[in-house]
Design a protein around this ligand. Structure first.
Ligand SMILES: [Zn+2]
Length: 95
C-alpha cells in the first residue's frame, strides 16, 4: 500500500471512530462505570440471559433506557454478559 492509500485508510478509520463515538448514547465516563459495574455483577451473580443488571444500572443513574439499550443491542449486547463481551468491546475500540 502506498503512502497516499495509507493516509486515506487512516483518515477513514478516524472518521469511523468519530462516528462511533458520536453514536455513544451516554458520556464516555458513564459507559466506563456501566461496564465496570456489569463486570462486577456478572462476575458475582452470573448472567441470566436478560439485561437485568444493565437495566437496573440505567434506572439507578437516571439515563435513557431506550437509547442505551438500543445502542447496546446494535453492538450485540442482548444480555448482561453480551454487553460485556460485545458492546464493551466496541466501546473499548472506539472511545
Ligand atoms: Zn448472557
Amino acid at each position: 500500500m502506498d503512502t497516499a492509500n495509507r493516509d486515506r485508510k487512516k483518515a477513514w478509520e478516524q472518521q469511523q471512530r468519530k462516528l462511533s463515538q458520536d453514536a455513544f448514547p451516554i458520556a464516555d465516563s458513564l459507559l466506563e462505570s456501566m461496564f465496570e459495574a456489569m463486570d462486577e455483577k456478572v462476575e458475582a451473580a452470573g448472567c441470566d440471559h436478560t439485561l437485568r443488571f444493565t437495566k437496573s444500572w440505567i434506572a439507578e443513574k437516571d439515563q435513557s433506557a431506550a437509547e442505551v439499550l438500543a445502542w447496546l443491542r446494535e453492538h450485540g449486547g442482548f444480555c448482561d454478559c453480551e454487553v460485556l463481551a460485545n458492546a464493551a468491546d466496541h466501546w473499548e475500540q472506539n472511545r
